[in-house]
Write a protein that binds this ligand. Structure first.
Ligand SMILES: Cc1cc2nc3c(=O)[nH]c(=O)nc-3n(C[C@H](O)[C@H](O)[C@H](O)COP(=O)(O)OP(=O)(O)OC[C@H]3O[C@@H](n4cnc5c(N)ncnc54)[C@H](O)[C@@H]3O)c2cc1C
Length: 389
């Protein structure tokens, strides 16, 4: 067995046998699982030797292709990625810090993430009501102004996953030189009142601890050595994180849809209507057949894009194509699973209902489908002009 397949086998067994029984734990709230549950699951993962499985003991990272195998296995339960510490936004933040942080910054901000002790949050989007950054990050309103050996950050952010309870923040703000990223010790910022959580939004999804918060940033003083990269490099650094993070979402939710399909298949074989098992009704059998086709296409699209990223390319267009194809395929799969299971499909008795809600949100975050298609159309036009004018 290859290294990725070997780790994936261990992670899949852990998620199916140890994590899945926690899926109906009362600590899974509407704003995500509690930190107490997260730490309990991580303790079990640590004991099983599957905590943070995509980063090896020497600090090196699995290839993107190997990561695909492992994260798909982690996604077999919506709690799996949290348990083994490959969940968004921490996984993408670990990747970015691994590539862009200084040695001192890694010790302070990356190590607690890799060990699974701390959570992090990525502060980019701003409230639509303020006219701030959303699909178009260039609309960013949050400012960063140099003041001696510090930067002073002011603004409002929205949809900040996990901000409530996170220890490490990556905050994007506009300096004179352009968008810039800062590493922030969140407990300090909350305690001093420099960052306040206005509210945690009630959203369709419920898998991410801390939910998604609207926050106010007021005169947040960040020491200059907590800048990630250089002033004005924010969007360049965001590019390092964006394509792999998009793809890892595809990997995890593919695992969840695989499991939802297994649950729907089980239901269709056991449940009878009109004198035979549901699966023998062509309408149901065809839905499961279409799931199988979509699952395989999603897997191949992820592997193809992972191979591109493994060459060292940014994979901007490829990850846009993969994100659209996979998120839309997963939505079809989840919807069919609900349908095959009738009333049971819309209850919390299985994870099928949750997967349906989670995948709906995934068609929006990390770039809505239309924004990816729009950027691909721009590339098609650019390529046409280069070839013809
Ligand atoms: C569950 C969840 C978690 C999130 N977590 C984070 C987080 O941790 N940190 C963070 O910074 N942000 C986070 N976000 C925010 C997310 O990145 C934004 O929602 C996303 O970028 C879209 O921005 P918006 O919501 O302002 O939509 P808008 O910019 O208002 O766009 C609305 C719609 O307009 C359409 N549209 C926009 N531009 C185009 C175009 N060029 N062509 C065609 N159609 C277009 C799309 O259909 C889009 O869905 C999260 C969002 C969700 C839902």
């Amino acid at each position: 067995m290859t290294r990725g397949a070997d780790i994936a086998t261990q992670v899949a067994a852990f998620v199916r046998e140890t994590v899945a029984p926690f899926e109906r734990d009362p600590r899974c709230g509407t704003h995500g699982p509690s930190d107490e549950l997260v730490q309990e699951l991580r303790g079990l993962a640590r004991t099983a030797g599957v905590l943070t499985p995509h980063i090896l003991p020497d600090g090196s990272h699995l290839t993107h292709r190997e990561t695909a195998q492992v994260l798909r296995a982690a996604g077999l339960s919506p709690l799996g990625p949290l348990a083994v510490n490959v969940m968004a936004p921490d996984e993408g933040n670990m990747y970015l810090l691994g590539k862009a942080a200084s040695a001192e910054q890694k010790t302070r901000f990356l190590d607690p993430l890799v060990s699974g002790e701390a959570r992090s949050a990525f502060f980019m989007t701003e409230p639509a009501a303020d006219g701030g950054a959303g699909s178009d990050p260039s609309m960013m309103l949050t400012t960063a102004v140099a003041d001696g050996n510090h930067w002073v950050v002011n603004g409002r952010k929205a949809f900040i996953t996990g901000a409530d309870g996170a220890r490490i923040g990556i905050v994007m703000a506009k300096a004179e030189e352009g968008a810039t990223m800062f590493l922030v010790d969140l407990p300090d910022a909350y305690e001093s009142g420099a960052i306040t959580i206005e509210r945690v939004l009630d959203t369709i999804d419920s898998s991410m601890p801390g939910g998604h918060a609207v926050v106010q940033i007021t005169d947040l003083r960040v020491p200059a050595d907590q800048m990630l990269g250089n002033p004005g490099e924010g969007f360049k650094l965001a590019q390092i994180r964006l394509a792999p993070a998009r793809l890892t979402h595809c990997m995890r939710w593919l695992g969840s849809c695989q499991r939802a399909h297994e649950i729907a298949t089980d239901y269709a074989n056991r449940r009878h209507a009109f004198g035979k098992p549901l699966i023998d009704h062509e309408g149901v059998g065809f839905m499961l057949a279409e799931n199988l086709i979509d699952l395989k296409q999603a897997e191949l699209m992820i592997d193809w894009c992972a191979d591109v990223l493994d060459t060292g390319a940014l994979g901007t267009a490829e990850s846009s194509m993969a994100k659209v194809a996979v998120s839309e395929a997963l939505m079809r799969i989840a919807d069919r699973c609900v349908q095959v299971m009738g009333g049971t499909g819309v209850t919390g008795d299985t994870i099928v209902e949750q997967v349906f809600r989670e995948v709906r949100a995934f068609r929006i975050y990390d770039g809505p489908t239309e924004v990816h298609k729009w950027s691909l159309a721009k590339k098609i036009k650019r390529d046409w002009r280069a070839a013809n004018l």
